[in-house]
Design a binder for this molecule. Structure first.
Ligand SMILES: Cc1cc2nc3c(=O)[nH]c(=O)nc-3n(C[C@H](O)[C@H](O)[C@H](O)COP(=O)(O)O)c2cc1C
Length: 176
């Protein structure tokens, strides 16, 4: 079942504009992000669910230079923001390894949301081509907007594509 989801999840660039996303399904996608793991359980993410006029404004900021035209048919845009990190938490610096794990944490949450969307019959496309600061302004937030998740139903003629990925042996190194 789970491996089926991994194969079925693909970036949708062919949404069905006539179908809206049911509230229950939307919430299950958002909850899949909320339960994601994060460094020191900081949960750096905020999810800004945009529909209607707000989605229209956010959509425009993802379409500079003619990019992402397919978003015109997508009913829901979820902007993923990361919140400011406190300098210290308790006695130890928050980030003991000197790494800022917040983008990684947000990425894990985004991955879980995309898989849950597939699980409930929805489709997604993660959008990174956008004007992040313009979107933050639209949403009136200090968060750093990292990606936007386009969410909706795929058009009935959308097809499952084979995964075009690097070879297993190029990616994986085993050490004894
Ligand atoms: C951080 C990130 C940003 C992306 N930005 C865009 C984008 O702006 N527009 C787009 O059409 N696809 C975008 N994608 C989708 C990738 O192109 C896609 O995941 C990749 O080609 C693999 O295809 P698949 O998702 O269908 O398996 C993005 C994906 C990620 C993870």
């Amino acid at each position: 079942m789970f491996d089926e989801l991994l194969i079925q999840r693909q970036s949708c660039r062919n949404f069905d504009a006539s179908r809206t996303v049911e509230r229950e399904k939307l919430e299950s996608v958002l909850k899949a992000g909320i339960v994601a793991p994060s460094a020191r359980n900081f949960q750096p993410w905020n999810f800004y669910v945009c529909t209607g006029e707000t989605a229209d404004k956010v959509r425009k900021e993802c379409q500079h230079g003619g990019a992402n035209a397919f978003l015109n048919n997508c009913p829901v845009l979820i902007a993923v923001g990361i919140r400011q990190k406190p300098e210290t938490a308790g006695a130890r610096p928050l980030n003991v390894t000197k790494q800022d794990f917040r983008p990684l944490d947000a990425g894990i949450a985004v991955g879980q949301m995309c898989l849950e969307a597939t699980n409930v019959g929805l489709s997604t496309c993660i959008i990174g081509w956008m004007n992040c600061s313009a979107i933050a302004e639209i949403l009136n937030t200090e968060d750093e907007i990292k990606v936007v998740i386009a969410l909706g139903y795929a058009s009935h003629d959308d097809v499952l594509r084979p995964k075009n990925r690097r070879n297993f042996n190029d990616v994986v190194k085993f050490f004894d």
